[in-house]
Design a protein around this ligand. Structure first.
Ligand SMILES: NC(=O)c1ccc[n+]([C@@H]2O[C@H](COP(=O)([O-])OP(=O)(O)OC[C@H]3O[C@@H](n4cnc5c(N)ncnc54)[C@H](O)[C@@H]3O)[C@@H](O)[C@H]2O)c1
Length: 469
């Protein structure tokens, strides 16, 4: 499609681009492409989101994104519309960044993607390259290309390429502008070059076929999930053995073949991507007839990690009915307002289901919560609490003053599910701090503690030193 390439060029190096979907991925891509000199029209079908965008705001919290959107608009290189037709004027490339939420089977719901592709194809009046940034199972780009061929007008040729997005929420702008890698999947080398050239220069570009690019995203997220679940598995062992997981996992991560990232124990992974993509990876294995035992184990370990926070609090408090528990942090991680599949929200529901009275706070996130559980501030959350749970590793909670927290609380129990509190400082304030892999006090495991044993040449020695046969 060389002709298309030429007509879409602007005076500088930029191109006219259409981006469909103004969520975490689409809005970041649109603003960053505008920042890189492209002329971008972003299509959003949600009337509320669009109204916010058209009035100069942004509908999500993402550091640096509001400034980039404002700069793009001021430069005349970024605009928002619900009208696909106007967004496609002069554009030879359209990015699909719509949601692919999980279905009960684990497979993603691709209907938003199919609808968006149909609408692009029906509207396009000249050749178009559609680039799928949404996370989709292998074979999706091929299927979308068939859908586009059915819908496109006479003489309009649409090619579909894959370029999955790897950005992290709360660092979306940084990740988009300085990615570890850009993956482009296209069988046609001209299309691959066209897409790769749109991105910032510098990062490693991985070129492959479409199925490979689509699978790369699932494989990357599943590997990260396995790492997190492994860290939780080690942390559980550490708790049972009465030692801290920090040094153990630091030793593992110091090996350059492993790396330290994603080796922090906690209340399990959440968010809109990891749980969905692990489930998608397992579903892919089922469809393809291959074994995905590691992914399934990561998922099972994650479910356990998430549910164990309320369970362990129940053990420490000797029951939850009537106990007042403050939960700090409802977003799925620090620095974001996203609460999709959030461990903090799950903890609130688990505690309420077990009979606790919950006060839950987050400075950015506003998820649906059980009635009467939302708290307006940290102070209101800890006031009169029998126990406080820290569920997001934010600076706000890290810098809490233990002494004043202790005076506000009714009880003495703090459960630091994300490992941000300084145990010695909090213990000095008279509080009992529990956590995941923090060398939990023995009393935590009144029943499950077993003596350590090691065996040599047929002789077994108990940890206390007594030898037995
Ligand atoms: N959120 C992340 O951190 C992240 C990172 C990498 C990849 N992804 C993947 O990217 C995709 C999008 O994720 P997201 O978090 O940005 O989703 P999102 O739900 O935040 O945003 C999707 C947006 O698309 C809009 N939309 C849906 N159909 C549309 C249509 N036909 N026309 C115009 N707008 C339409 C929705 O209204 C919504 O605003 C998913 O497949 C996700 O798995 C997400």
């Amino acid at each position: 499609m060389p002709g298309v390439v030429e007509t879409s060029r602007l005076a500088g190096d930029g191109r006219r681009l259409c981006v469909v979907g103004a969520g975490y991925v689409g809005l970041t891509a649109a603003a960053c492409f505008a920042h890189l000199g492209h002329d971008v029209t972003c299509v959003e079908c949600d009337a509320d989101r669009l109204a916010v965008l058209q009035s100069g705001g942004i509908p999500i919290h993402e550091p640096g994104l509001a400034e980039l959107v404002a700069a793009g608009r001021a430069a005349g290189r970024l605009r928002f519309t619900e009208d696909v037709g106007s967004a496609l004027v002069g554009a030879a490339v359209a990015f699909l960044c719509v949601g692919t939420p999980p279905q009960p089977t684990g497979e993603p719901d691709l209907s938003f993607l199919a609808d968006a592709a149909r609408s692009l194809a029906r509207t396009a009046s000249s050749d178009l390259v559609v680039v799928v940034k949404s996370t989709v199972p292998p074979g999706s780009c091929e299927a979308l290309e068939l859908i586009c061929a059915e819908e496109a007008g006479p003489g309009v040729h649409i090619k579909v390429a894959s370029s999955p997005e790897f950005l992290r929420e709360s660092r979306a702008v940084e990740d988009f502008l300085s990615p570890d890698r850009v993956v482009v999947g296209a069988e046609d080398p001209d299309v691959a070059r066209l897409v790769a050239d749109l991105y910032p220069a510098g990062p490693r570009v991985v070129l492959c076929d479409r199925r490979g690019a689509e699978l790369a995203k699932y494989a990357a997220n599943t590997f990260l999930a396995i790492k997190i679940s492994f860290a939780n598995e080690v942390a559980q062992l550490c708790d049972a053995l009465g030692t801290e997981a920090g040094p153990v996992l630091a030793s593992v991560g110091a090996d350059h073949r492993v790396g330290p990232e994603f080796l922090r124990p906690g209340p399990g992974y959440g968010g809109s991507c990891l749980p969905k993509d692990v489930a998608g990876f397992i579903a892919l294995g089922e469809v393809a007839g291959t074994r995905t035992t590691l992914a399934a184990a990561a998922e099972a370990q994650n479910t356990h990690a998430r549910r164990s926070v309320a369970h362990r609090l129940e053990l420490v408090l000797g029951g939850l009915p009537g106990r007042r528990v403050g939960v700090l942090g409802l977003a799925f991680k620090e620095g974001t307002d996203d609460t999709r599949d959030s461990p903090g929200v799950q903890i609130v529901h688990d505690l309420v289901a077990a009979g606790a009275e919950v006060a839950a706070y987050d400075p950015l996130a506003t998820p649906d919560l059980p009635p009467g559980t939302r708290s307006p501030s940290v102070a209101d959350t800890v006031a009169g609490a029998d126990a406080v749970v820290v569920a997001v590793a934010s600076e706000e909670y890290r810098s809490l003053d233990p002494a004043s927290t202790a005076t506000q609380m009714a009880g003495r129990v703090v459960f630091d599910a994300v490992g941000v509190l300084d145990l010695d400082r909090w213990a000095a304030a008279g509080l009992s701090v529990y956590g995941v892999g923090r060398g939990v006090p023995l009393a935590f495991y009144p029943v499950v503690w077993t003596p350590l044993r090691w065996t040599t040449a047929g002789r077994t020695v108990a940890a206390a030193g007594a030898a037995d046969k």
